[in-house]
Design a protein around this ligand. Structure first.
Ligand code: BV8
Length: 231
């Protein structure tokens, strides 16, 4: 694996101007539904239909034509194209807007809305329609065992060793559009400060929970401040 000298973390704020809700801003997702009911394994065990409805609605919205990558997604894809092999984009988002903007060196640490996972055989499958308990796993034919390929609270995010290694090696850590409320992602800036040598910068609409830990901060809408930073 090439040594990414720039690690970028993104959160829901980078997709806000594309029309997707954030979680903790006014009117955000966690004000519409209780995260305990729809973003925990216990909630899924208790009421799988409610969880499927929550993710089915977000999947349908993501696939609607008005939801497109914005200038911030495109600026990060350009950065990767201009410096091949040196950028690793770690997103907390489960949308596919970074891919659609052209980013390829990409880790979805909280999973992907357009994938399903079989709790019986572990298969991870592309899934762009509704998911329900009636669906059968195409890999093992198990019924009622498919779940959204999404990391819920209390579950281990994906590819953590690879992410921590990149944080320790990078020359620059950029955090975009995240409130710094959810760990381990919220702890990445501290990890760079303690275990790495990179500079750290926060690009956000407003100061995050971890703002004081960043070497540099720029505030404003991502579609303005991210292209300005990349340029
Ligand atoms: C783990 C599902 C360990 C996907 C999400 C007590 C009990 C149990 C656990 C814990 C606990 N205390 C701490 C924890 C750990 C827990 C946690 O951090 N809880 C918090 C709430 C305290 N974390 C976990 O459970 C994680 N797993 O720790 O595992 C482990 C160890 C061993 C073995 C097994 C396990 C798992 C965390 C992932 C949970 N899944 N979502 C989905 O439905 O999407 S979290 C959810 O929050 C999303 O994934 C989201 O990405 C994430 C972070 O939110 P943000 O992206 O930051 O969004 P937010 O709305 O908060 O902020 C938006 C920001 O954008 C704002 O700052 C705003 O100003 C800005 N903005 C808005 N508009 C714009 C903008 N910026 C720029 N331009 C704009 N236009």
């Amino acid at each position: 694996m090439s040594k990414p000298s720039i690690v970028i973390l993104t959160g829901a704020g980078i997709s806000k101007e594309s029309g997707l809700d954030t979680f903790r801003c006014a009117g955000g997702l966690w004000q519409q539904v209780s995260l305990e009911d729809v973003a925990t394994p216990e909630g899924f065990q208790r009421n799988p239909a409610l969880v499927h409805d929550f993710y089915n609605a977000r999947r349908a919205q993501l696939r609607s034509p008005e939801i497109q990558p914005n200038e911030a997604h495109r600026a990060l894809a350009r950065l990767e194209q201009e410096f091949p092999g040196t950028v690793l984009l770690v997103t907390q988002n489960i949308d596919d807007l970074h891919e659609r903007a052209g980013s390829q060196s990409l880790i979805h640490m909280h999973g992907e809305l357009l994938k399903a996972e079989c709790e019986a055989c572990g298969a991870v499958l592309p899934w762009d329609g509704d998911l329900s308990e009636a669906d059968v796993c195409p890999s093992c034919q198990g019924a009622g065992l498919l779940r959204p390929r999404v990391v819920w609270f209390g579950e281990m995010p994906l590819e953590m060793p690879r992410i921590f290694h990149a944080l320790e090696q990078c020359d620059l850590f950029i955090s975009v559009g995240t409130s710094g409320n959810v760990y381990p992602a919220a702890g990445f800036v501290d990890h760079v400060q303690r275990c790495g040598q990179g500079d750290t910068i926060e690009l956000n609409l407003e100061p995050s929970e971890g703002a004081s830990l960043f070497d540099q901060k720029r505030y404003g809408p991502a579609t303005r401040i991210v292209p300005a930073f990349v340029e």
